[in-house]
Design a protein. Structure first.
Length: 138
């Protein structure tokens, strides 16, 4: 199968497939006499796996660590379970951080709307009245 056909089948761009090759996530495919990349069914399945794991939030480095596990004849779930648990903890932390950010944004918005009612209004965010999350993270 040529790169364009693989891209359409999986929902990737040819550039993404070439990127995975350069990143050594996908082995270099054989070439036709005309120089076109020729992908096997195993390559298509590997690309599906890469796309699926990235969809679950795994980084390319993490995908690279999972690929050898996938290639084994026996595919034990224990190492995968540990990685999934770690990823889930990361997602939960991000959700908490996003909820905190949401509350801080709502508070800043309320303060700005309240200030708009005053005659000599000054934007609390622009006047630097309160320390905001962006400053405390930096």
């Amino acid at each position: 199968m040529h790169i364009g056909d693989v891209a359409k089948t999986i929902g990737l761009t040819p550039d993404a497939i070439r990127f995975y090759e350069r990143s050594a996530l996908l082995p270099r495919p054989s070439r036709t006499p005309g120089g076109f990349r020729q992908y096997a069914d195993a390559d298509v399945e590997t690309l599906r796996f890469i796309r699926q794991t990235q969809g679950l939030g795994f980084t390319l480095k993490e995908v690279r660590e999972l690929l050898p596990l996938r290639a084994r004849r026996l595919q034990p779930c224990a190492p995968v379970v540990l990685r999934l648990q770690k990823k889930l903890l990361q997602v939960r932390r991000k959700l908490r951080d996003l909820q905190t950010l949401q509350h801080e944004l709502q508070s800043a918005l309320r303060a700005c709307k309240k200030e708009l009612r005053r005659e000599n209004a000054r934007c609390p965010l622009l006047s630097g009245g309160k320390q905001h999350r962006a400053e405390s993270v930096a």
